[in-house]
Ligand binder design. Sequence first.
Ligand code: PEP
Ligand code: MG
Length: 911
Amino acid sequence: MATQYVYYFGDGAADGDASMKTLLGGKGANLAEMLRIGLPVPAGFTLTTEVCTYYYANNRTFPPELKQQVLDSLKKAEKSMGAEFGSATNPLLFSCRSGARESMPGMMDTVLNIGLNDITVVALAQQTGNERSAWDSYRRFVQMYGDVVLELKPKDKTEGDPFEVALEHKREKEGVAEDSGLSVKALKELVAEFKQLIKSRAGKDFPADPMEQVWGAIGAVFGSWMNDRAMVYRRTYGIPHEWGTAANVQAMVFGNLGDDCATGVGLTRDCALGTPGFCGDYLINAQGEDVVAGIRTPKRIEETLSQDMPESYAQLNAIGKKLEKHYKEVQDIEFTIQRGKVYMLQTRNAKRTGFAAVRIAVDLVNEGLITDVEALQKRRIPADDLNQLLQPIFDPAAKTAATKEGRFLAKGINAGPGAASGIICLFADEAEAFHEKNPNIDIVLVRKETSPEDLRGMKAAKGILTATGGASSHAALVSRQMGKACIVGCSAIAVNYTSNTVTVAGKTLKSGDFISMDGFTGEVFEGKLATKASEVIQVLVQKTLKPEESETYKRYAQLMSWVDKYRKLKVRTNADTPGQADEAVAFGAEGIGLCRTEHMFFDHLDEIRHMIVADTKDTREEALAKLLPFQRADFAGLFRSMNGRPVTIRLLDPPLHEFLSDRHLEEQPDLGPKLSKWTGLTLDAVKRRVEELHESNPMLGHRGCRLGIVYPEITAMQARAIFEAAVLVKKEGIHVVPEVMVPLAGFLAEFKHQEKIIREAAERVFSETGTTVEYLVGTMIEVPRAAVRADQIATAAEFFSFGTNDLTQTTLAISRDDYGPFIGFYREHDIIANDPFQTIDQEGVGDIMRIGVERGRSTRPDLKIGICGEHGGDPASVMFCHEIGLSYVSCSPRRVPVAKLAAAQAALAAK
Ligand code: PEP
Ligand code: MG
């Protein structure tokens, strides 16, 4: 049988259903599903994602059997709608929209009103009894077709859209403020002018034949799968390029036939903060794209629709409830109201901020719609999004003060929560370029409206502020998903792209001036504003807010209780100070997975430099004796903070050049003489010693256990400090569980050498103090040899911890210090899918880890194995660690909640 490339839907039935997203895309699958559950959906058909993959595999051509299948479905749709495509008396119009497996809002193309030409427009006018709306639809169609299919674009960023420029002239000529005020005569003129523009600028004729129009639109929709913004979006969200999009051709219904018509987008609950209640944007007497494009600021459904159109409001509310019940998830819908009747054009699971994700998931459980297991699904709360609950907010006192100082500028729609202060930037490409140059300077992207082309600039910005648009505009949707602060529809601001300025509240701000925006409330301020910790941090870490006083915290806590119920992986933290350890414990860390002892020397640079420069054992021991008490006190602090939880302390692994190099001697003229005095070396000898220490590849040099092997007195001092501290704290009545970790070992002999020194130090301290503590000696696995020979190393090592920073570096032969110049290029060109220093390269580094786990446990079946590289806080990597059977992950304190959620998601996914 021939492949079915086209799936029909209409008349209360459909070829497809919601389970067929892979083939029909999200939009196509859900249109089919809505018909199946009895919702009003105009008839149409879906061209499958297989058409798209065929299209790209065959030099942008379609499968031969497609034509007939499209024709057949088109005929069925005509029958269902009781009208005919291209008819001169009773014309049917179609829309053609993209729809991938995962929604990619605004990234691909859409064409509406297909089928209009000089003849059908007259018939449409007669049929609808509304000449104006017929010509308005025709005007829109020529404009959209010219832009999307025939690719008539502005010459440069300052030119402005040529169609919009023509529209503006016409509005001025007719003295009207809005397009809806234009006369029929003006619309007719515009159609002719647009066609002329297309001919002169794009060198093509606008096609009058409806069939040619529909195929042109289908080609453009499939073609838009590979446009730049769609590719950037896919790279950002890990959507494979191979998936392809489906295309949906659907009968048009009209939101622009008069004041009993409207178009809109709605959410079954708010997706910025997660508050319950149907909400959204609508425009009376308008067509779909107007709302999403953000060109006109729409009205709010929850505020005025019940007065404007009470009947339709009731229909919409009922549909919203039915959808939420059916999908068990908040829905983002598109609808058109034609003469009072609501038609559904789309439904999909709504994108939401991290705030909303947590609130909605927890509320749905509390409302009995879903279970706690469902609430934890990755698609409901991507683990990374939990981070948003920990981000700073503006200090209310700072806002009050700024208002008193006259710095309050305006208020818009609060579309994406978060606090952002940064310099104004009006162009997305400039924002991107600036961010690449100065990633430390925050940017606020200010635009009249944003379009999908602005995606790269939005990624670079901390916040996004637009003059027009509603909470469902492209800017709002995309920024929410990115977790950026976002304010839209801030009509008080006037953005002038030519002078590169923003005028608001009688002030003119230039590009580069500071501006602050509160995405929770929609307020905009001039200059910078002070921030304050998030409510979760105020409750957990600062303890300045009572748990019961914070709605956000209460839901966070409920969610984390489910997380702890289901996860199998333990979560520890990388911490070097008691402050960091306390914070991690507040977030629920179950131990320290890595204490980098070299970081403890940041406050004792003189002593460590003394040790580094020492050229005899005696001078080195002198320096070490000075360091011992500091180390002991630091370790004791950590043991106290962790209060009985295990603490993994890694022996010194300093990149020596970071502590002492020619540069330090040059920049600090008194350093050489100081070192000369402490060591008894001449100044020249000090310089020579520093030169000797210089390494071409310090990351592969004399570091890790190599240092402790060549200078065993360093290991001896550190081990002594650890055990003295352990005994001290134990005597205070606190349980201590030290785990001493050897860095960068690749040979069993390296490990054993260090182990012997550690155990001897322990025995000595225990006999001196008359107290013993239980302890473990283990090793980092961070060079491939250690993983490959894990069976041997595990004969002595009592635990493993994967140092995936070094393991990635040594497996890929990519230096973690200087991969910057090419990694961006690699990502842009899809050579590798992710930055391997952020997300574990599962097939390469991951496979070596798997070998390490298997071989280690072949010798020691109950071997405790963790990970302490940066990947320990990356959700995808955490899930991988669960899969390969690690015992715990360790990450920075603030990533602990994220890692825990990812661990629970991994455990549930594996069920
Ligand atoms: C590692 O290599 O992953 C690790 C944790 O050690 P460091 O980053 O200190 O080299
Ligand atoms: Mg390392």
